[in-house]
Design a protein around this ligand. Structure first.
Ligand code: CA
Length: 345
C-alpha cells in the first residue's frame, strides 16, 4: 500500500528533489511551502509521515510540530534542520518529532530514515465529517460508489451519517451479503446542520426518521439483524437537544434494533466541562483529560439508558467507567434482590 507523505519545505529546489525521490520510492507525496499550510494539511488530512523543515515562513517547524501534538495528531514527524546544535535537535524531539536529519544530508540517509518511520503502525483513522481530502481529491463516504469500493476492500460496517439516503447507497449495501449498517439521524448537511437545528419535538422527529429509514433499508433487502441506529448527537442539534435525547433515549429502543450513541468529545460536553466548544488549534493535555472524563460519563449514562454500542475515542477509560457502573448495579442487586436493576447490557 502506498504511503502518504506530507513534505513541508520552503526551498523550491529541495522540495522538488525530495518529492521526486520519495515519489520514485513509490510514495504519494504532497507538498506545503510554509508552516501555516503544513499545519493545516497535517491536521485535517491523513498522512503516514510528515517531513518537516524547521526554518519556514509563517510558522516554524518547531511550532508546527508542537501544535500538531497539542491537537492530538500522532502522525510521525521527521524534522529537517539546518541547525545542528544539540539543543535544537533535542527541542525538536521534545516537541513531538520522532526523528531529525541535519542539513545538508545525504539522500540515501533521508530515504533510510523515512523507511524506518513508515515500518511502524499506521496512525489511527480519524472521524470523517464532510469527507476526506487527498490532495486535489475529495472522498465522501456518503456516496454509493465509495461505499461499494470500501466494501469491496473488506469493510464490515457502513457507518453512514446520511442513513443510506444517497442515490444508490441502499443498493450498494444490499449487494453485500452481511455487512452491518449504522443509520444516523442528521438535520441538513455537516455544513448547514447547526443552522437547521430547529424541531417541534426532537425525539419524535428522530424516531420517525429512523423508523422510516429502517423500513427503507429492509425493503431494499437488508436484513433487520444488520441494522443499528444512531440519533446523531451534535449533528444538527443544540446542546439542549442533545441533553433531551439523552433524557428520552429509551424511546428509541422501541424501534427494535440496537442503539448506537456517540457522545465522545462532542462540543456539548466541552461546554459542560467549562471548555471552549471548538478548539481548532488543539487542547492542552489537562483540557483533553477533562473532555475525556465528560465523555466517559456521557457514555455510561447512554449505556444505562439502553445504548448497546458507544462510539468513543478513549476506549480504555470508557471500559473503566462502564465497569464501575456494572459493579454498582451488581451491588445494588445484592443489597436489594427485589429491585429490577439487573439489566446489564
Ligand atoms: Ca527552510
Amino acid at each position: 500500500m502506498r504511503k502518504r507523505i506530507l513534505l513541508v519545505e520552503d526551498e523550491p529546489g529541495l522540495r522538488l528533489t525530495l518529492s521526486g525521490r520519495l515519489a520514485s520510492e513509490g510514495h504519494l507525496v504532497e507538498q506545503a511551502a510554509d508552516g501555516e499550510t503544513g499545519l493545516r494539511r497535517a491536521s485535517s488530512e491523513p498522512f503516514d509521515l510528515v517531513v518537516l523543515d524547521v526554518m519556514l515562513p509563517d510558522r516554524s517547524g518547531f511550532d508546527v510540530c508542537r501544535d500538531l501534538r497539542k491537537g492530538g495528531i500522532e502522525t510521525p514527524v521527521l524534522m529537517l534542520t539546518a541547525r545542528g546544535q544539540v539543543e535544537d535537535r533535542v527541542l525538536g524531539l521534545k516537541l513531538g518529532a520522532d526523528d531529525y536529519l541535519v542539513k545538508p544530508f545525504a539522500m540515501s540517509e533521508l530515504l533510510a530514515r523515512v523507511e524506518a518511520r513508515l515500518r511502524r503502525e499506521p496512525p489511527p483513522a480519524r472521524e470523517a465529517t464532510e469527507g476526506y481530502h487527498f490532495g486535489e481529491i475529495d472522498v465522501d463516504f456518503r456516496k454509493a460508489e465509495v461505499m461499494r469500493a470500501a466494501l469491496d476492500l473488506g469493510a464490515d460496517i457502513v457507518n453512514d451519517i446520511g442513513a443510506l439516503q444517497a442515490p444508490g447507497a441502499l443498493a450498494a449495501v444490499a449487494a453485500h451479503p452481511r455487512c452491518g449498517v449504522c443509520l444516523m439521524h442528521m438535520r441538513g448537511t455537516p455544513r448547514s446542520m447547526q443552522a437547521e437545528a430547529v424541531y417541534d419535538d426532537v425525539m419524535t422527529e428522530i424516531s420517525a426518521f429512523l423508523a422510516e429509514r429502517i423500513d427503507a433499508v429492509q425493503a431494499a433487502g437488508i436484513a433487520r439483524e444488520r441494522i443499528v441506529v444512531d440519533p446523531g448527537i451534535g449533528f444538527g442539534k443544540t446542546p439542549a437537544h442533545n441533553l433531551e435525547i439523552l433524557a428520552r433515549q429509551q424511546a428509541l429502543l422501541a424501534l427494535g434494533v440496537p442503539l448506537l450513541v456517540g457522545w465522545s468529545r462532542k462540543s456539548t460536553l466541552a461546554r459542560l466541562a467549562g471548555l471552549p466548544a471548538k478548539a481548532p488549534a488543539g487542547r492542552s493535555p489537562t483540557e483533553q483529560a477533562r473532555l475525556e472524563a465528560a465523555s466517559v460519563v456521557a457514555a455510561v449514562l447512554a449505556v444505562q439508558r439502553g445504548a448497546r454500542i458507544v462510539r468513543v475515542h478513549d476506549v480504555a477509560a470508557t471500559v473503566a467507567g462502564l465497569a464501575v457502573w456494572q459493579a454498582s448495579q451488581r451491588a445494588d442487586n445484592r443489597a436489594d434482590p427485589s429491585s429490577d436493576r439487573a439489566s446489564t447490557p
